[in-house]
Write a protein that binds this ligand. Sequence first.
Ligand code: ATP
Length: 439
Amino acid sequence: MYIAVDDTDSREGMCTTYLLSEIIIRSGMDIIGYPHLVRLNPAIKHKTRGNGALCAKLGHGRGVPLKIGSFNGMDIMSYPEEEDAPQATDLINLAGEVVEEMAVLDEHDTNPGIVFSTSEFDSSFYWKAVREEVSIHEAEAFVTEQGGEYRKFKNGRGIIGAAAAIAWPAKQVTYEFLAYRFPNGLPVAPDLKLGVARLADQIPGSFNNIDNRNNHAAIFPRERTPVVLGIRGTQPESLLDKAPEIVAETGLGVERYLLFRTNQATDDHIIPDPEKLRDGCSYSIEGTVKGQPYSITGGHYFATLQKGHMELAIAAFEPTKEFRTAFSKMASGDDIRVYGTYKDKCLNVEKMEVKALSDVYIKIPPTCKECGDRMHSRGRNDYRCYRCGSKESLASYELKPREILTGKFDVPVLSRRHLSRPFELDMCDVVGAPAEVYA
Ligand code: ATP
C-alpha cells in the first residue's frame, strides 16, 4: 500500500520527512523498497522550503531485508517485495492521527494532504507537478481516476504533492540519508558543522556536502526543523555504511535516521528547448549571447540570450556568488546553454555550459606606415605619430584575450537547488535511465 503525505510543516518547525518516518514507525509495518522524497516544481509559491513530498510503500515484506534506518537503537528494515497489503483503513486512520498530532495546522499556509493507493499512479502527474502548476481539483480528480483515496486537512493542498510522490516513476534516482532529533537539532558550532560536512564529503558518491569557498556546511538545515543533517549521494550502500558512523561519532544527538530515494539532482524540473516560455517553469535553452553582461546594485548580473527571433533576459543573482564571475565574462557572440527558472520575464540561471567563445576585438591606434612606431589617438578617427608626425584615420583591431574558457559552470553548493543536477555529478553517477520524454 502506497501512502504519501505533503504540506505538514512550516518554517518554524516539523518536516514532512520526519512525519512520514513517524507514520512508518507507528504502523509497525515493513517498508517495501525505499521511502521516496520527491521534489516538485521549485517555483511554486506555496512551498515552505524545498517543495518536497513524501511516499512510502508499507506492508508485509518478503525477501532478504536491508537495514535502511534506525529509531532509538531499533532497526528500520526495507524489503524488496510485498507479501500482502495491509488493512487500508487502519493505515489511513493512523496516518490521519499522526498528521493531526504533528502537522503545524495553526500555520496559515500549512494544508496537509494524504494520498493512499494499492497500485502505482501514472507518471504523467509527476511530470506535470515537477514542471508546471497543478490545482487541488486536478489532484483530486487524478487520485480518484487512478483508484486511490485522499484525505485533506484545511484546504488539503498537500494532496497535489502527495499524489505526485506516488506517481514518481523513480527512473533516475539519487539518495539522501536524513538524521533527526525531535523537535529540533541541537545547536552545532560552525566549525563542527564544517568538520562533519568534510567527513560526509568522503563518502563515495556523496555530493553537495560542503561549500569550501563560502565556508558553508550544506548538509545542515538553515531553519528550525527535526532534521539534524542530510547527506546526499548516488550510492545507497556507501551512505548506509558510513553516514550512521559519522552521526554517532560527532555527538549531534541523533535519535533516528532513514535513507530516502529521491529525484534530487536529476534535472527533472527542466523542460529542454521550449517553444514558448511560461512563468514558473524551468528550462534549458541554447543560444547566443547578445551584447555585454552588466550588473545592477545588489550584485545581480544580467545578459541577453538570442535564440532565433527570441531574445531572452538571463540573470545570475547575488546568491549565486562566484558563478557571477563566469557569467560576467561572457561576451557578445558566445554560444551557451543555460538552465534555470523563468520568472518575471527573466531566466534565473542555475547552471550554464559555455559551448563556443566568440572572437572579441579591441580597437587600438595603428602603427605608423612611415616609421613603424605606435601612433597615438588625438580624437575620433585621428591618429598621429609623435616621432615622424604622420597622420592616419583608420584604427587597428587586436584580438582580446578572453577571461573565460569553454566548459560547464555550476552555481556554488551554497546556492544549488535540490533538483538541479550539478555538472560535477557525472551522468552515469545518477542511477537509472535518462528522463523519459515528457508528453
Ligand atoms: P518542506 O520542503 O519543508 O517539506 P515544502 O517546501 O515541501 O516544505 P510544502 O509545505 O509541502 O512546502 O508546500 C508545498 C505545497 O505546494 C504543497 O501543498 C504541495 O502539494 C503543493 N505543490 C507542489 N507541487 C505543486 C505544483 N506543481 N503545483 C501546485 N502545487 C504544488
